[in-house]
Design a binder for this molecule. Structure first.
Ligand SMILES: [Zn+2]
Length: 193
């Protein structure tokens, strides 16, 4: 049963032991497989406020107490959806490259959207989306605003009309320039995370 109340998804999740995390991971993957087009799920989306999430793009990945330890300055925009908000589609701003550590993985895991394989972009966005859930952050907090209000050194890098964006519709997917995206979103293209 997937939680669809925004208020419940705004709480931070607590750290968990690897053993308990693995059990939660199994439940999450089971729930994810029953969803329609879902590629990721966080424990608080099924009412468990513990730091566990799963991603299933190229292969199933369980992350226990994950944290992003490096992220690129380069960002890109992506049409996102969420299993907790099935009626919403928004454009978000995400880091192009991230490095993640988790208690159930030795060493670091790298994810990059800067790849010819479209699944790498899905995976990179999905990991950021799921770790956000564990911190009580939803995709709405990452929404790309056409004209960022923040200026100066800490402002997000401006996204050009030629920046590349990835979209899916059913089993089809495409990477294309941002200036061409707008009309396609109206035509039913999206991404479910
Ligand atoms: Zn979500």
């Amino acid at each position: 049963m997937i939680i669809k109340e925004k208020i419940k998804l705004q709480e931070k999740c607590s750290p968990v032991s690897v053993k308990e995390g693995e059990e939660i991971g199994v439940r999450l993957l089971h729930e994810l497989r029953q969803s329609e087009n879902g590629i990721g799920l966080a424990a608080n989306q099924i009412g468990i406020n513990k730091r566990v999430c799963v991603i299933n793009v190229k292969e199933p990945i369980v992350l226990i107490n994950p944290k992003i330890v490096e992220k690129s300055k380069e960002q890109f925009i992506f049409p996102e959806g969420c299993l907790s908000f099935p009626d919403s589609k928004i454009k978000t701003q995400r880091h192009q490259d991230i490095v993640v550590e988790a208690d159930n993985h030795e060493g670091q895991l790298s994810f990059s959207a800067n790849s010819k394989n479209i699944n790498d972009a899905f995976e990179c966005v999905c990991v950021q989306h799921e770790i956000d859930h564990l911190d009580g952050i939803t995709m709405f907090d990452r929404e790309f605003k056409q004209e960022p209000m923040v200026r100066g050194e800490n402002a997000p890098s401006k996204i050009g009309r030629n920046q590349r964006v990835t979209l899916t519709k059913g089993s089809e997917s495409k990477t294309l320039k941002y200036k061409k995206v707008e009309s396609m979103l109206e035509d039913g293209w999206t991404l479910s995370i």
